[in-house]
Design a protein around this ligand. Structure first.
Ligand SMILES: Cc1cc2nc3c(=O)[nH]c(=O)nc-3n(C[C@H](O)[C@H](O)[C@H](O)COP(=O)(O)O)c2cc1C
Length: 203
């Protein structure tokens, strides 16, 4: 296993995913559970929620829910065919992690601390960002590829209905994952130099 910084440097968006996973689904669920519990949240409200979907449920998300939603808003059949081909690449993955904010927690904080009420939805999204990054890196460390997708809010109602989730669960992101061809990774390697982004004082 590598150290944290090496893991962070090695993670990239993998868009060409396979329907297999080199670690078992049980191990994956254990990993996802551990990462979800380990990641912090503002005021320790722990409002991040996760749904992991495999097999037919995963296919249903991409080929059913996402394609149906995109078909409704597509400018033309031609435009939809293009989008649909992209969705096929996510459907081809082994599974998807869905990330949600349990708005009940965010509302509770807003009532408890009215002075900061406007800030809590921002904290909620930041806490989810931390969870998404940690999950992405943990999958990458285990040799699995993943990407971060945002078909919300188009698909929110259908997702909640299909997976019988609380109306309080607001969808934040979708992370398809699976094995990928390490000879042909697909991420963006360009990065600005740290000297353009980090200032150091007092050294
Ligand atoms: C907050 C956030 C939102 C993103 N949303 C999407 C998205 O909706 N679709 C997508 O394909 N990639 C998305 N990405 C991936 C970025 O485009 C990608 O991480 C960036 O180009 C750097 O490439 P890398 O992941 O290969 O290092 C998102 C990344 C972040 C951090």
């Amino acid at each position: 296993m590598t150290d944290l910084i090496t893991t962070l440097e090695a993670r990239h968006s993998q868009y060409v995913l396979q329907g297999t996973s080199q670690i078992s689904d049980d191990e994956l669920v254990d990993l996802i559970n551990r990462v979800t519990v380990a990641v912090p949240s503002a005021f320790n409200i722990q409002s991040q929620r996760v749904a992991v979907i495999f097999g037919d449920e995963h296919k249903k998300l991409w080929n059913g829910i996402v394609k149906d939603a995109l078909h409704k808003v597509a400018a033309s059949e031609e435009a939809f065919a293009k989008t649909s081909a992209k969705i096929d690449t996510f459907a081809a993955a082994h599974g998807t992690i869905l990330f949600f904010d349990d708005m009940a927690g965010t509302q509770q904080l807003s009532q408890q601390f009215p002075l900061y009420a406007d800030t809590f939805p921002i904290y909620a999204e930041q806490s989810l960002g931390m969870l998404q990054m940690a999950m992405w890196a943990a999958l990458s460390e285990r040799g699995l590829g993943a990407s971060l997708q945002h078909y919300n809010p188009l698909i929110d109602d259908a997702v909640r209905k299909e997976f019988k989730l609380s109306p309080n669960w607001r969808l934040s992101a979708q992370m398809p994952f699976g094995d990928f061809d390490i000879e042909h990774p697909t991420g963006t390697l360009e990065r600005m130099a740290a000297t353009d982004r980090v200032k150091v004082f007092g050294r």
